[in-house]
Design a protein around this ligand. Structure first.
Ligand code: NDP
Length: 431
């Protein structure tokens, strides 16, 4: 086992700060992954396939059982042994104690958005780098915004630590696609549309393909898009467009708010408009409407038989576990960005996308494509931090870093991309 030296950072005694040059010189890294759900399982599988970078992997989660399942699956598929631990990551002291025991260089947070700030606090206290795939959300309000995490900028920078925010697919790859488009394809961007299509079929009457509580909070929130320097809010699921997705076919997609719009509109002020669209089938929307109408998607606690329960959390408990959908899911996802603007003095519109096949993902790592398309970019972000390519002090969204090495790793690790020129911005300008 190789690990960094212990350095005194002058704040509260010895703590582990892996200096960037040590990582770049090829020290093998020790990583702590928090969250043994669908995304955590994929990320750990993919890390185990890269032992030259991820020499030691510890997976910790609220319950030990799911960690044991991932441990067995990873060992059977890759021959790599990983360590496991039980952890309530809402509890900063517990996370600090585990970090002290495991001594990781990086904590990869694949638990839920509620844990982001507590895990960032534990990283600051112990001098360890941080990565996640979803921005912080308070439990009692469906409000996913970056300002809480951006506020950690000075504290991470002062300690020479890096926090990489949103290294999944969307946010994550879509941010990198935008940065790559601006760097190579459409130098002067004017409009951005992010299109997220899951053309898969899981064979269930109603299920979400990632954590149901987070998914339903996201889908039922009002839509918001960026237009001429301000947010425009419209009722949830009120704008629909039909689009012909490569290798999937025609699907209805709906205007939504999605967290990467916040960082992309900040980092690319030249964007006159930025929107996010997601496809939903009729059956999904019908079930969702009924569940909403009867109050089952509410996050307001109700008292039942003397005990407070949150309807949405109860609903999560009775819905299929997204991690178990892999075996029955067929079809493909197609997620990408359409950017229009000017390139070398000429108008240009470019569609950059990835196609991912649910069954191929299941054959490789035992998970469906939604977990796969999130877990692979989490592994790539972690690898680029640990090998020094992206490592720097402070809090970053992915579009702030050089997109080229990330794009190369997507091609090499299961998420190949392509781009096509479109004759013009497609006709979905209803808003
Ligand atoms: P899951 O619900 O499948 O997994 C979450 C895991 O975190 C579970 O193992 C859960 O344990 C564990 N967990 C929950 N609370 C705690 C806690 N307090 N301490 C320790 N572990 C805890 O979710 P997914 O794997 O689908 O999603 C993981 C993350 O990825 C989420 O934040 C989600 O929003 C994000 N995501 C990002 C995407 C992107 O493209 N950027 C796309 C999809 C997801 P238990 O089961 O015991 O509760």
């Amino acid at each position: 086992m190789t690990r960094s030296a212990v350095h005194n950072n002058g704040i509260g005694g010895d703590s582990r700060v892996l200096f960037f040059d040590e990582i770049a010189e090829g020290n093998l890294a020790n990583v702590l992954v928090v969250g043994a759900g669908g995304v955590g399982s994929v990320a750990v599988h993919k890390m185990a396939m890269l032992p030259d970078i991820f020499s030691n992997i510890t997976l910790a989660s609220r319950r030990l059982g799911p960690c044991e399942d991932v441990q067995k699956a990873v060992s059977a598929r890759t021959g790599k042994s990983i360590s496991i631990a039980q952890l309530d990551a809402d509890n900063v002291a517990e996370t600090v104690a585990l970090i002290d025991k495991v001594q990781p260089e990086l904590v990869v947070n694949l638990a839920l958005p509620y844990q982001d700030l507590a895990i960032m606090d534990a990283c600051l206290e112990t001098g360890v780098h941080y990565l996640d795939t979803a921005n912080y959300e308070p439990r009692d309000e469906a409000k996913f915004e970056y300002h809480w995490q951006w506020a950690y900028q000075e504290r991470f920078a002062a300690k020479g630590l890096m926090a990489l925010l949103g290294s999944g697919f969307d946010p994550g790859v879509t941010n990198v696609f935008t940065a790559y488009t601006q760097k190579h394809l459409v130098g002067e961007m004017q409009t951005l549309d992010i299109l997220d299509c899951n053309g898969g079929d899981h064979g269930q009457a109603f299920a979400t393909n990632f954590n149901p509580e987070i998914n339903i909070r996201e889908v039922t929130a009002p839509a918001r898009h960026w237009q001429d320097g301000a947010w425009v809010e419209t009722p949830a699921l009120s704008h629909k467009q039909r689009f012909d997705f490569p290798e999937v076919g025609e699907r209805d997609m709906y205007l939504m708010y999605h967290e990467e719009l916040e960082s992309l509109s900040k980092h690319y002020p030249e964007l006159q408009r930025a929107r996010f669209w997601m496809t939903f089938g009729e059956a999904y929307l019908k079930h969702l409407e009924v569940l909403q109408n009867i109050g089952m998607t509410s996050i307001e606690p109700v008292t039942y038989e003397g005990r407070e329960i949150v309807p949405l959390q109860f609903l999560k408990a009775v819905l299929p576990n997204p991690g178990d959908l892999g075996e029955t899911t067929t079809g493909k996802t197609c997620i990408g960005t359409i950017v229009s603007g000017q390139h070398n003095g000429r108008p240009r519109t470019v569609y950059l996308y990835n196609i991912c096949d649910h069954e191929a993902c299941f054959a490789e790592v035992g998970s469906q494509a939604v977990s796969y398309t999130t877990g692979v970019p989490a592994m790539i972000g972690a690898a680029l931090m640990l090998d020094g390519t992206w490592m720097r002090a402070g809090v970053f969204n992915l579009e702030q870093l050089d997109p080229d090495p990330f794009m190369a790793m997507l091609n090499a690790h299961g998420l190949p991309w392509q781009h096509i020129d479109l004759p013009a911005m497609p006709e979905f300008d209803a808003c």
